[in-house]
Design a protein. Sequence first.
Length: 254
Amino acid sequence: MTRYLYIHIQFFALCCYTFFGCNAISGKKDIKTLGDQETDTTRIIMTDDSIKEVNSEVEDTPKQSKALSPAQKLLIDACNNYMVLNPASMKIPEVMILKASVIYNSKNYDDSRKEYLKIIEEYPKTKEGIEALRMIAQSYYEEKDFKKAQEWYRKLKDVASQGDDKSEAVTRIAESIFRFAESLEKEKKFKEAASQYERIPLEIPEAVIADISLYNAGFAYEKGEDWPRAILAYQRLKNQYKESKLVPKSIFRT
């Protein structure tokens, strides 16, 4: 019976992988960082090797949750049955991650967080525990709760050893701060937005979006008619990130 259930779980995991893509099990995916615009139609998208200006808009509405499909419900039932019948199995953390990820991929983020929290509480120092931290942070990011996303990415940074996990956490912290600043700017809270943008070069100066954050800080101060601080932000960009493609624009604005 145990062997049957384990094969059952593997089969449905494969189905989940097939239907939802290669990130279905972990739920992990790339989050592109969007810079602010100097006009209403142009967004600056930061990539690792370039800055590309494109006509695009940031999606403002959080993704809506979807009802679980019959296949997803069956997979969750299989996970639950396995854990009941095999409480001492070393595969339990993997099965818990699988269950949480199925819920996450249906965009039921609140319910998925409850499952991820169980993993963190029961298996805090395992790879599954670290993955659970990452997914909680990402779920808040998807819901555009960027303050909560920062909080959980910092927890990931503190727990993760040196390497890709820690590097990713630092990157995501910067992105969450950036998006929070964007949200403040859309609410016309320009000085608060500028202050958030300035956090990135101060706290994470190596971040790929640090230069655009300084530029956006200056531009937000301009919108708030705080001209001295705007000039200081542009000057810091010129001095701190001499190779940035935004330096000519910052010089022009001063």
